[in-house]
Design a protein around this ligand. Structure first.
Ligand code: DQA
Length: 141
């Protein structure tokens, strides 16, 4: 299974940024542990702070990969373009969030991508990504 994890803006600062919300770990360390744990999965990781680059990446892999896990960060709540890109590709996408966006500011309660995703996992810390991987493994059996 070819699986791409996409992180959007500010997620390159994990481990340094608002640690009480997003935790102490960098995504790179966590990503290595995922690669160790799920040896059968062919992983790729992409991070960008730029909306158009995130859309380009979805277009690039969205007709050949088996699975995409996307944390679009703040663009989740604002980007019609990312929502449209997910609607336009064939690869299924699971939306993930580290924090429980529904327990936070009201502007984080709306997702412009969720309706084009097969599901949403939020509030489980970095484990949100692991749960999404497990779901894709289940679906690809
Ligand atoms: C986030 C939640 C978003 O509201 C926020 O803008 C982020 C991170 C999360 O993973 O909890 O950057 O997507």
């Amino acid at each position: 299974m070819k699986l791409l994890i996409i992180n959007g803006p500010n997620l390159n600062l994990l481990g340094k940024r608002e640690k009480s919300i997003y935790g102490e770990n960098s995504f790179e360390d966590y990503y290595s542990s995922l690669q160790e744990e799920f040896k059968a999965v062919d992983f790729e990781y992409y991070q960008s702070n730029v909306e158009g680059e995130l859309i380009n990446k979805l277009h690039e892999v969205g007709f050949s990969y088996d699975a995409i896990i996307m944390n679009a960060g703040a663009y989740t709540h604002t980007s019609i373009g990312i929502g449209d890109a997910i609607a336009g590709i064939e690869t299924p996408v699971i939306e993930v969030h580290i924090s429980n966006v529904y327990a936070r500011e009201e502007y984080r309660h709306q997702s412009l991508m969720a309706k084009n995703c097969i599901g949403v996992i939020a509030g489980m810390g970095l484990n949100s990504y692991r749960l999404a991987i497990e779901q894709f493994i289940h679906l690809n059996k």
